[in-house]
Design a binder for this molecule. Sequence first.
Ligand SMILES: [Zn+2]
Length: 269
Amino acid sequence: MIIRSVPLPEDAERPDLIARLRHRLAMHVPVSPFNATSAAPAVSFTFDDAPVSAATTGAALLEDHGARATYYVAGSMLGTRADHWRVLDAGMVVDLHARGHEIGCHSHNHERADLTTGAMLQADILRNHAVLKAIDSSLPLENFAYPFGVGTLIWKRRLKQHFRSSRSVRPQLNHGATDAQYLNAVPLIDRQMDEGHIDRAYEEAARKKAWLIFYSHDVAERPSDYGCTPGLLRYALRAAARFGLRIETVNSALTRISQQAWLLAIPLI
Ligand SMILES: [Zn+2]
């Protein structure tokens, strides 16, 4: 799938050569391979950093369509005012979880992988986990998204010890051999995506029986450069049914796909 522009990870500055090489290595060396092609094509809606508008306007739109989203939360950001939005607070995390949305993890300090050592990462992941569990011990916290979309091989190996999956921002479908610690995701961001692109992505996902993951941030009539309008989100939710794509959280999709893979492995009698 070709998206209009390959996004720079969130608002990261352009990575230097070493960082790019590390990231490229992370893209191409799998640590948790699985077959993402399944009997039923699917789409997941994910929100990074979880601006308040994603937890209010975004969640309400998902629920209007009988669907739920995945929110990747960084503990250090909770309740803070970031450059482009206000971040949800602890009460909103509990509320989203109670309404059936998935709470996943960013790192606590939301630093780029290539600027973080393995030991720092380990401490940061555990800190984020502890902060979120202290808010609500029933939060599953099974899936992760790379801050700024940047992964490294060291991170992937560490993350595998803690999470079922880690999501990147490589704008491709997930189908066939896929690394659970480097899931692809397509921007649901007005600057990079429009209705025609959504239709083409859905058509390809339906044809390949693939899993499409969208990522976004704020949901507002005048979104930041990293977010979407309610209109674009509503269009993507409605169009999913038209193309026969089920809408699932990341965790639900992983469970279903892994079960189907297991069933398909049973020889027919
Ligand atoms: Zn982020």
